[in-house]
Write a protein that binds this ligand. Structure first.
Ligand code: HEC
Ligand code: HEC
Ligand code: HEC
Length: 161
């Protein structure tokens, strides 16, 4: 193998710690911005979602957190992309274009659905769910109960199709 040129060595010497530090930072920020406290309490707009999930079996007894339902779990790349996208979108919307009602997007609904199935595989594997109904179209109150946005009289849930 050709020896590394001194120039390249110098760059590597600089780049490796920088990349490591960046990785540690991203990892730390990922965890920090994925806690229930952060997701539910940083913006007032999320507070009803946070509070309404307190007394649900998922949170109260089983310690299922926001991220367990709302973040993709199967693929790290998708998790990072989705988290960056939805975080940025939430900040933008909340600051410049506050919605009347918070609703899930198609993408976030797919993610929630696959997380329901991920954890409840044994219960649902013998049920035919190819009819296209989502778990939470029937299990309406999970985990947020029948909450309303404080700034709107509309329910947050996707209307039942
Ligand atoms: C057990 C799974 C589960 C957990 C845990 C959970 N959610 Fe949800 N969340 C849902 C479902 C299901 C909906 C309704 C989706 C629909 O009807 O389109 C929803 C809807 C929402 C919405 C409105 C739509 C949107 O995506 O913007 C917000 C905001 C929200 N959740 C925030 C939170 C926060 C904050 C936490 C943690 C405190 C949390 N959720 C924990 C399943 C969950
Ligand atoms: C991280 C794992 C996890 C995720 C994600 C999850 N659950 Fe659960 N869920 C549990 C556990 C654990 C229990 C309590 C033990 C049990 O009943 O299986 C539970 C309980 C339940 C129950 C029975 C208790 C009740 O509150 O009525 C239903 C129904 C349910 N989940 C539906 C859902 C739906 C719908 C979703 C998606 C929105 C979902 N779960 C997402 C782990 C999860
Ligand atoms: C067509 C409506 C419907 C759909 C769609 C549906 N469920 Fe159910 N589910 C029910 C009914 C009804 C029961 C029995 C009554 C109950 O315990 O709430 C039930 C029971 C359950 C239970 C056991 C509850 C307990 O008390 O132990 C779990 C867990 C559950 N469903 C999860 C899911 C998941 C995950 C999905 C999505 C793959 C799903 N369900 C889709 C209607 C539905």
């Amino acid at each position: 193998m050709k020896p590394l040129s001194p120039r390249l060595k110098k760059w590597l010497l600089l780049a490796v710690p920088v990349i490591l530090a960046l990785a540690v930072f991203v990892r730390y920020e990922f965890e920090h911005t994925s806690t229930n406290q952060y997701c539910g309490y940083t913006c007032h707009i999320m507070r009803p979602a946070y509070e309404s999930s307190f007394h649900n079996v998922h949170r109260e007894e089983m310690n299922v957190n926001c991220r367990d339902c709302h973040l993709p779990e199967e693929n790290l790349a998708e998790t990072l992309v989705y988290k960056a996208y939805s975080g940025a979108r939430d900040y933008y919307k909340n600051t410049f274009d506050p919605p009347d009602v918070l609703r899930t997007t198609d993408w976030s609904r797919d993610i929630i659905q696959s997380n329901c199935i991920r954890c409840h595989q044994t219960v649902v594997e013998h049920i035919n769910i190819s009819g296209g109904k989502l778990c939470f179209e029937c299990h309406r109150g999970i985990p947020h109960g029948q909450w309303y946005q404080p700034f709107s009289s509309e329910k947050i849930y996707t209307p039942i199709r």
